[in-house]
Ligand binder design. Structure first.
Ligand code: ADP
Ligand code: MG
Length: 537
């Protein structure tokens, strides 16, 4: 029997410039269901949720919602204020709490966002109304409301605790309480388990089931197969902005879902391993030995990783975001604390990013807009920031202006940086074009070792192809490239040797390069044992 749908998306599209992040997606949420959205990084999951929550407006298509009074209407939200009033709540991938306020104060602020009329209609015991009537920040009422909610949903948390003193798991609980405080009947949880330990995940799932029993519908976003299979009633799979699958949980195996996520339309490029791969160790460029790296919260982000890269090869590291790739790259660049193990570049151990760069290392960081370009500098200045570039352009201590202009113009043309106005500040360019600046600068230096993290993310097709050609050219020039990317097909297309990174561990997977399903399972954190289990079933 089909349940009533309380949220419906028809043909919803969202474009950013020329880029289609969400492509004519149909989606339906039934009352009381846990509906998982599964998809690789960049598939469009967060964008789709931001559309439902009113943070973005669709470029095309319609969203319908059934509200608390059972009215169905077209949602034309200008901001989350409107969707909250319609009973939609969202817990973001990055929390939106005020750290220096208490739990109760954060929850009171969330209620305060409601229009008074709506608050009135959701108040069950008069407490909200009373609180709003005073229009003052009444601590006791806030604590009272928090305690009541906390008890009702089994979400234990100390109302008087300062948010900044809480663990990540508890902060997430406060976020959920915030949504419940305004009586969200549709709860959007964007990768909620990404920040939780396995033990916390179990407790979290118990809470979700409780919410479900209370007739709340939940959209659960994840790229972790096992979790999705554990908790959801139905699954929608997104791939490159498109809905590629909708079905009941259990209808497809983990393997089949992995195929839906990654797609079969992957370029089957046969790449002969480069002749030099097996050459003597003296040709090794980067060598990591038992390297452990700490993350932003001092957790272990990279654990006991050993690997090397040789001249004349591209070594690919595939994996979904947040599995330690960023921390690994930053550790190699001398930007991160490494409590144990070592990084060796051409047989030396440079300390700090300046020394690493002087050793001939190019770096395309993940976070290009904050660490890659200097916003106030012109395109030309950004393109030629590196000392090596400047040295090449300098004769007898004088910067050759003509040569400088020519070099910049060539790079602008090669990388199709738009608008091609060499003197305009980098800040005036779109994110994609700022990326092109960084990539042009780093690749054109032809470094002995190039660390490239998601080098084509956000680029259009032509720019991406140009980057690929350049990475291959580096390899053919007997340079060494470490390509860390969440785009599996990119890694498969370019790399001579292949690793998968999952939960801070590096797994050698060159032999599995033609087995997309196994790679998908490795990337989603399944162990080898799990895979053989699922093969048997
Ligand atoms: P997911 O949550 O599935 O990992 P997202 O919805 O965050 O994916 O992103 C989908 C795609 O849209 C990505 O390629 C991302 O770079 C792009 N994108 C997301 N938000 C923006 C934005 N504000 N401007 C431009 N591109 C964006
Ligand atoms: Mg996301």
């Amino acid at each position: 029997m089909k349940k009533e749908s309380i949220l419906e998306l028809r043909n919803v599209t969202k474009t950013f410039g020329d880029f289609v992040a969400v492509d004519s997606v149909d989606f339906e949420l039934e009352a009381g269901e846990i509906h998982a959205i599964l998809g690789e990084n960049g598939a469009g999951k967060s964008t789709l949720m931001n559309l439902i929550y009113g943070l973005y407006q669709p470029s095309d298509g319609r969203i319908y919602v059934t509200d608390r009074e059972n009215w169905r209407y077209r949602l034309r939200a200008k901001s989350p204020r409107d969707t909250i009033a319609s009973g939609i709540g969202m817990v973001h991938q990055h929390f939106m709490l005020i750290e220096n306020l208490t739990v109760a104060e954060n929850i009171a602020l969330s209620i305060g966002q409601l229009r008074p009329g709506v608050a009135k209609s959701v108040s069950e015991n008069g407490a909200y109304k009373e609180w709003l009537r005073k229009f003052l920040f009444n601590k006791e009422d806030a604590i009272h409301i928090t305690e009541a909610l906390s008890e009702r949903f089994g979400l234990a948390v100390d109302p008087s605790a300062l948010v900044r003193s809480l663990s990540v798991g508890l902060k997430q609980r406060v976020e959920i309480l915030k949504a419940l405080a305004v009586d969200a009947r549709i709860l959007i949880l964007d990768e909620p388990t990404a920040v939780l330990s396995p033990q916390e995940v179990e407790g979290f799932f118990t809470i979700l089931r409780k919410l479900q029993a209370d007739d709340r519908a939940i959209i659960f976003i994840s790229h972790k197969m096992k979790e999705v299979l554990d908790i959801s009633d139905r699954i929608t799979v997104l791939r490159r902005g498109k809905k590629v699958y909708l079905g009941k949980t259990g209808e497809l195996t983990a393997r089949e879902l992995a195929r839906e996520m990654i797609g079969e339309d992957i370029n089957d490029v046969e790449r002969s391993t480069s002749a030099d791969v097996e050459s003597e160790l003296s040709d090794s460029v980067l060598q990591l030995s038992n390297l452990t790296v700490l993350g932003d919260r001092n957790e272990i982000a990279v654990s006991d990783v050993s690997m090397h890269t040789y001249r004349g090869e591209i070594v690919g590291i595939a994996g979904v975001d947040g599995n330690g790739q960023r921390e690994l790259a930053e550790a190699i660049m001398g930007l991160r604390h490494t409590p144990s193990g070592s990084v060796s570049i051409l047989g030396t151990h440079p300390k700090g990013i300046k020394a690493v760069r002087e050793r001939g290392v190019g770096y395309i960081p993940e976070d290009r807009q904050t660490t890659g370009v200097i916003a106030a500098f012109s395109i030309t200045e950004n393109l030629l920031l590196n000392v090596t570039h400047l040295e090449n352009l300098t004769q007898w201590n004088v910067l050759n202006q003509k040569k400088k202009r020519e070099t910049a113009a060539q790079l602008i043309a090669d990388y199709d940086i738009r608008p091609p106005v060499a003197d305009s500040p980098a800040s005036s360019l779109s994110g994609g074009n700022q990326q092109k600046i960084v990539i042009a600068r780093e690749i054109s230096l032809q470094p002995d070792l190039l660390i490239a993290v998601n080098p084509t993310r956000g680029l259009d097709v032509n720019a991406a192809r140009y980057v690929h050609e350049n990475l291959l050219a580096q390899r053919n020039e007997k340079k060494s490239v470490l390509l860390i990317s969440t785009e599996l097909d990119e890694v498969l297309l370019l790399s001579d040797r292949l690793y998968v990174m999952s939960r801070g561990k590096l797994i050698e997977a060159t032999a599995q390069r033609n087995d997309i399903e196994t790679l998908g399972l490795l990337m989603t954190g399944e162990t080898h044992r799990d895979i053989s289990d699922s093969l048997e079933s």
